[in-house]
Design a protein around this ligand. Structure first.
Ligand SMILES: [Fe+2]
Ligand SMILES: [Fe+2]
Length: 475
């Protein structure tokens, strides 16, 4: 396993200098990437010195180095987790074969599509979040936003490396197109709907990193099982970076809940209007944002029943979450899985061949993970003796993809009429008024150790630095 070579123009641990034509192709893409970052990366951030971590090794412990960096000078590079000796395909019809070091011809276009779809989400989220730096609630949060942004940029590098190294001319063209699409653009949008939504404020940002980056975790984990070994190794290293993004989201919301509960107790009130007057976000509004981001992100897993997902699995391209730890035949020839269905206006469950229900299964794995984090959040009002608890809406709520697209389902899972939905959805999803209120709180706090009124400070700083550390320097 080669270490990371930072003397190269493109830092890497894939011995790029040993493959001159690949190196040239990526060195040609690099200035285009930097141009994209300049145009679509964090707004007005070019001259800031940011306390960022950079990968210095791919070992599970101690891979990161922290220092002040100007983001355009961040050393984006190509890092793969170490190869596992004699790795075998773990599932599908090729189970037991040696993992593939090259792309089999018959799966070439499917694999390319999978990689492009994953790759497209990375720059998309940077674009969605590019205005947020202007309204940061603290230097600590600003630094975390930028850390997420540079790492999403690196994830783009990771996918572009695969496209360049294994997909020839088509791959190079796709790599260019990844820099041309724009989140929310009417003519040339990003591929997936959730990545064309706006991230207009910090509450949305924390919900996005909490829920949508977590979708990223589950997609990457499923791809880390892939028979195509370079994809597997790439995703395994990306997962180590993704953990921080989830942390930013979960603790961000936890700090907002904490602050609101503190103010509720201080002023002995649970009246949303009063709390808004006191400059904090009332808990029912947080629940609405949770409902919104949960439902939009649920759609990313696709339809409950999917023949595409079944063939990706059978062909060995994309596995289940924790595939290698599951104790079954890893072929799913006779297994069944429960999916929702609707009969006489009621949501019921139905057993279907597990192979066709892999989207639903991955969504369920994600939901179980989200629920654990919600349980952690609920300890905050519990400790503060505030009788509010957060809960996840039913998975049919506010869906645009799959079975529930044609239906209206309330958060409790009851199928309701169009009229009832129209009448009541403002109780469940953020209204224009809610959004305007949240927007009104977004100021800009840049004094070290100070935090906006609507969010509590974190318990600890980054990399054992104090909370009042100067995480970003403006020059
Ligand atoms: Fe990512
Ligand atoms: Fe992420």
């Amino acid at each position: 396993m080669a270490g990371i070579d930072y003397n190269e123009r493109i830092p890497n641990n894939v011995e790029l200098s040993g493959n001159k034509s690949l190196q040239r192709a990526l060195e040609h893409w690099q200035p285009e990437y930097l141009k994209w970052w300049g145009e679509m990366g964090p707004e007005k951030s070019q001259a800031m010195d940011v306390y960022l971590r950079t990968a210095v090794s791919v070992e599970p412990k101690g891979w990161a180095h922290y220092d002040y960096v100007r983001m355009p000078d961040y050393r984006w590079g190509i890092f793969l987790s170490p190869a596992q000796a004699n790795r075998q395909v773990g599932f599908g019809v090729h189970k037991g074969d040696a993992a593939w070091q090259e792309v089999p011809g018959e799966y070439r276009s499917t694999l390319r599509r999978i990689i492009v779809t994953q790759g497209d989400t990375e720059p998309a989220s940077v674009e969605q979040q590019r205005h947020l730096g202007l309204t940061c609630p603290s230097l600590y949060d600003l630094r975390n936003l930028f850390q997420v942004n540079v790492e999403e940029g690196r994830h783009l590098w990771a996918m572009v490396y695969l496209l360049h190294a294994y997909f020839g001319r088509d791959g190079r063209e796709e790599a260019e197109a990844l820099l041309e699409r724009r989140s929310g653009d009417a003519d040339n949008p990003r591929i997936l709907t959730a990545f064309n939504e706006k991230t207009p404020d910090w509450l949305s940002f924390f919900m996005f990193t909490f829920l949508t980056d977590r979708d990223g975790k589950y997609q990457l984990a499923a791809l880390a099982e892939s028979a195509f070994d370079p994809l597997s190794r790439t995703c395994r290293f990306m997962l180590t970076e993704e953990a921080h993004h989830l942390f930013v989201g979960e603790t961000g919301i936890a700090r907002i809940i904490q602050r609101t509960c503190d103010v509720m107790n201080q002023h002995k009130t649970d009246d949303p209007a009063r709390l808004r007057g006191l400059g904090v976000i009332d808990l029912p509004t947080l629940q609405k944002y949770l409902n919104f981001h949960f439902s939009v992100t649920s759609d990313l897993y696709g339809s409950e029943i999917s023949s595409n997902a079944a063939s990706f699995y059978t062909q060995g391209l994309k596995g289940r979450f924790d595939e290698t730890r599951i104790g079954d035949d890893h072929r799913l020839e006779s297994a069944e899985y429960e999916v929702p269905d609707v009969a006489e206006d009621r949501v019921i469950v139905r057993h279907v061949p597990a192979l066709t229900a892999l989207n639903e299964r991955l969504r369920d794995d994600w939901i179980a993970d989200v629920q654990k984090a919600i349980d952690r959040w609920n300890r905050i009002p519990d400790k503060a003796a505030v009788p509010f608890r957060f809960s996840l809406p039913h998975k049919g709520f506010n869906r645009r993809i799959g079975l529930f697209n044609a239906l209206h389902v309330d958060p409790a899972g009851k199928v309701i009429s169009e009229a009832e939905w129209t009448h009541r959805h403002g109780n469940w999803l953020p209204t224009e008024e809610d959004r305007a209120f949240v927007h009104s709180l977004m100021g800009r706090v840049t004094e070290p150790g100070r935090f906006a009124n609507w969010i509590a400070p974190p318990l600890n700083g980054i990399n054992k630095q104090p909370v009042n550390f100067e995480y970003v320097r403006f020059s």
